[in-house]
Design a binder for this molecule. Structure first.
Ligand code: SAH
Length: 323
């Protein structure tokens, strides 16, 4: 018998070490190159607002195939070469297989295992679909208290819990991601001390709400999260309100969460897509526009996905967070 968070950590470590996750799911940077390009532009604007520190750390957590950062680097080299000259590129990745793929895409980057291991200095950090893979605990409301879900033989078993949450209806499930909160606390403390901003993009509601969001994807299909650990990618909704609170308690400011679609539109996703489509055969141009819409339309990834910025309290409104 294993507590759910330990089961999920073990299953995902095995999964990322042995699978090409991108055979099972796709992510925004793999859908459209304009995604990484406009996030590169966001980093350049943030660097200006920070007072153009040189050197500074440009980091990405969980870079997958390295596509987002490679697209961002290409855009930066074109429109903001000062940023490229000042950056020290750091990738936070635990999977040896993905490290190899990332090193091929970004030969000038250095790998570290954890966010804590990022070298000191002013920081700009990007993280897309990183926190949703971190292990969660699930509490179940029983009577006037809470029980906790453990996993045994492919099913849940409820055990006494040392955690509690705000009162909820009988049987309601409340999720807690301690590692995501710890990361928000670390980032908040570091950014408050040394300056900078982190942009976290992931899926989840803007306000904390009860509900079981654990899901498994295997070969693009929903699968049973408890069956066959290591064979499927396990994720859960990110609790943005809890992250923002953790970062602020550590001394940082936060902006958002904002709907991904609004952020991307404000950063010029569609203008960039039009530019890329110019001169292409109509079918290819239409495919580019479709991809951009998939990222930004409210009924696709535009609303469920959110962006949260954790930043130094002295920074003004960051690009994309204007209300
Ligand atoms: N950001 C990428 C990939 C998302 S998949 C994209 O948008 O395409 C999640 C990524 O986080 C993978 O690179 C995975 O290996 C990495 N990862 C998962 N858990 C991690 C952990 N605890 N520490 C560091 N990296 C982790």
């Amino acid at each position: 018998m294993e507590r759910l968070d330990r089961f999920m950590a073990r299953a995902n470590a095995a999964y990322y070490a042995t699978h090409d996750p991108f055979a099972d799911f796709t992510t925004a940077p793999e859908i459209a190159q304009a995604f990484g390009e406009v996030l590169g532009a966001w980093a350049a604007i943030t660097w200006q607002l920070m007072g153009r520190p040189s050197p500074f750390i440009l980091a990405e957590a969980g870079p997958g195939r390295g596509t987002l950062m490679a697209d961002a680097q290409r855009a930066l080299a074109r429109v903001a070469p000062d940023v490229v000259a000042a950056q020290r590129l750091i990738l936070v990745e635990t999977s040896p297989r993905l490290r190899e793929v990332q090193a091929a895409a970004l030969p000038h980057a250095t790998h570290v295992d954890t966010i804590e291991a990022i070298p000191p200095g002013p920081l700009i950090l990007l993280a897309n679909e990183f926190l949703d893979a971190l292990p969660i605990r699930q509490l179940v409301r029983r009577g006037a208290g809470w029980r906790e879900r453990w996993v045994a033989g492919g099913t849940f078993i409820e055990q006494p819990s040392d955690l509690a949450a705000a009162a909820a209806a009988e049987g309601a499930v409340v999720e807690i991601c301690e590692s995501a909160r710890a990361i928000a606390t670390q980032l908040g403390a570091r950014i408050a001390r040394e300056g900078g901003a982190a942009l976290v993009l992931d899926y989840g509601p803007a306000a904390s709400a009860p509900g079981d969001s654990l899901q498994a994807l295997r070969a693009g299909q929903r699968a049973d999260p408890l069956a066959d650990p290591g064979a499927a990618d396990l994720t859960a909704h990110v609790d943005f309100a809890a992250l923002a609170e953790a970062a602020r308690s550590a001394g940082a400011a936060t902006q958002g969460p904002e709907a991904q679609g609004l952020l991307l539109a404000r950063l010029g996703l569609f203008q960039r897509t039009d530019r890329l489509a110019r001169g292409l055969p109509p079918r290819q141009a239409a495919a580019l526009l479709d991809a951009a819409r998939r990222l930004a339309e409210p009924d696709q990834m535009g609303r469920l996905f959110k962006a949260l910025a954790i930043c130094h309290p002295c920074l003004p409104t960051l690009a994309g967070f204007e209300t």
